[in-house]
Design a protein around this ligand. Structure first.
Ligand SMILES: [Zn+2]
Length: 480
């Protein structure tokens, strides 16, 4: 097959980005604000000059740069439809990117010699394809290195990366997803370190959430990680196994992201592993949007992105109020610009300061909060199925994203579809086949999967459709 072409490192760009990010951390209002304004102007200039898609939408058409508020918000489906007109590098085309993505062996390879490409898993509709340029990768690296640990005083997270730490990344595998692509890129950078430095470079390994929990536990114990990186629901299920003695890991840190983290999950994970826990808020569209501080709050990296909380009509929502959706402007990526992109999460910008003393605004995010399902095998033993694993099986196996899998009893599942799914019968047939194989691997071949024709249940507060949930809301925090 194709030879691996790893992404080139640009030490000058990397150190400059690190320096700027460090300076912003020293002065999150003044310096970060100036950096944000300069990056926004550069992004708008580049997008309106070199992206035919944005050029056609340029407000006013005058020579002066329009203010951000004048740019019309845009959604994923529209960008994906105009893929070939979207990027400022005119070599980026849907045909070439599809060809690249069709080969799983090319995960984290250099697309067109310099870009990292990843896809969103599609839980909010059609999967998105996102091209990360060298500056955006340098920005995510700088944020990871400087802000994952302590936002109050800019400190170095280097000790976590060096000193022969062993990172276990438990996630959806089998596609060019943002998580596995990022980790594979970092793994290759670490592995290419000069031999003399190998003793201090971290070791990383990716583990699939699609395997049965017992097998996952065995694989993790075999690897003996010091840092676990995963989704809250997965780390929570592993924490339960650790407290029951079925898993024995000596972790120094757990890093979480990708889903809503509840207070109960946080407490259970921290108690089971007795170690530091770090949460962050990111998306395929912008990998490092907010980092958690020691006080347990998410602080927005507002030197590298702009988040505008909005209501249903896309009007601004004042600080202190929870929004219906949020518009993202990624200031780091000038190659595939995201300007006032409809991200969908509900965000509240906190008006009160944070006890950690950080000048980066604190936010609260109401993201996805699917349920972990507990089914019974033929001996009536409990088998836990992670929402991420189930969604991945259905999305990849049935090529459908607008669904809801309901657990109606410990041996019955019901699959419903949203109205937008054009041929639900065919989608159900594909999903049933994929789920049957997945359930059989977990010893759950007797579990019935039925086609539900009613509309998916909606979250009582947010109105959103959770992809995987119990038919009845869980009464105890454990089910969450
Ligand atoms: Zn804080």
């Amino acid at each position: 097959m194709s030879a691996h072409a790893s992404l080139p490192m640009n030490p000058w760009l990397w150190s400059q980005t690190l320096g700027e990010t460090y300076a912003a951390g020293l002065d999150p209002v003044g310096v970060a604000g100036m950096q944000r304004d300069a990056r926004l102007a550069q992004l708008l200039r580049t997008a309106f000059a070199d992206s035919p898609f944005y050029l056609a939408r340029r407000p006013g058409g005058a020579s002066a740069l329009p203010p951000l508020e004048a740019v019309e918000p845009v959604g994923k489906a529209e960008l994906m439809r105009h893929f070939d007109d979207w990027a400022t590098d005119r070599q980026i085309t849907r045909a070439s990117v599809d060809e690249f993505l069709s080969d799983p062996e090319r995960l984290a390879d250099a697309y067109l010699g310099k870009y990292l490409v990843w896809t969103s898993s599609g839980t909010t509709g059609e999967p998105g394809i996102f091209v990360q340029d060298p500056l955006s990768l340098a920005a995510y690296d700088a944020i990871d290195a400087l802000r994952l640990q302590d936002l109050g005083t800019p400190s170095m997270a280097w000790p976590a990366w060096g000193g022969a730490q062993r990172f276990a990344f438990v996630a959806a595998t089998g596609g060019h997803f943002a998580g596995v692509a990022s980790i594979e890129r970092l793994r290759r950078i670490a592995a290419s370190a000069p031999l003399l430095l190998q003793w201090m470079t971290p070791v990383m390994q990716t583990f699939s959430v699609l395997q049965p929990m017992d097998e996952l536990a065995d694989a993790l114990m075999n690897f003996a990680p010091t840092v676990l990186i995963s989704y809250p629901s997965c780390a929570d299920a592993l924490a339960l196994m650790q407290s029951e003695g079925r898993l024995k890991l000596a972790l120094s840190q757990v890093w979480l992201g990708g889903e809503q983290l509840s207070d109960e999950q946080r407490e259970r994970i921290r108690t089971a592993f007795s170690c530091t826990l770090r949460n962050n808020y990111g998306a395929s569209e912008c990998y490092a949007m907010a980092c958690e501080c020691p006080a347990g709050r998410l602080h927005l990296n507002h030197d590298w992105l702009i988040l505008e909380p909005v209501d249903r009509q896309l009007r601004p929502v004042p600080p202190g109020e929870a929004s219906d959706s949020v518009l993202l402007t990624n200031l780091a990526n000038r190659t595939q610009p995201l300007i006032r992109y409809k991200l969908g999460d509900s965000v509240r910008v906190c008006t009160e300061g944070c006890s950690c003393g950080s000048g980066f605004p604190a936010i609260e995010v109401q993201g996805r909060a699917d349920h972990t399902l507990v089914l019974h095998d033929t001996q009536r033993r409990e088998v836990r199925l992670l929402p991420l694993a189930l969604s991945t099986v259905i999305e990849e196996g049935a090529l459908v994203t607008q669904f809801q899998l309901l657990c109606t009893s410990p041996n019955r599942l019901e699959l419903r579809f949203e109205d937008a799914v054009s041929d639900p019968k065919a989608a159900f047939a594909r999903a049933k086949k994929a789920l049957a194989a997945f359930l059989a691997a977990q010893g759950l071949m007797h579990v019935r999967v039925e086609h539900g024709t009613a509309a998916p249940l909606r979250h009582p507060r947010s109105g959103k459709v959770e992809r995987v949930r119990l038919a009845m809301a869980p009464k105890t925090p454990r089910g969450h």
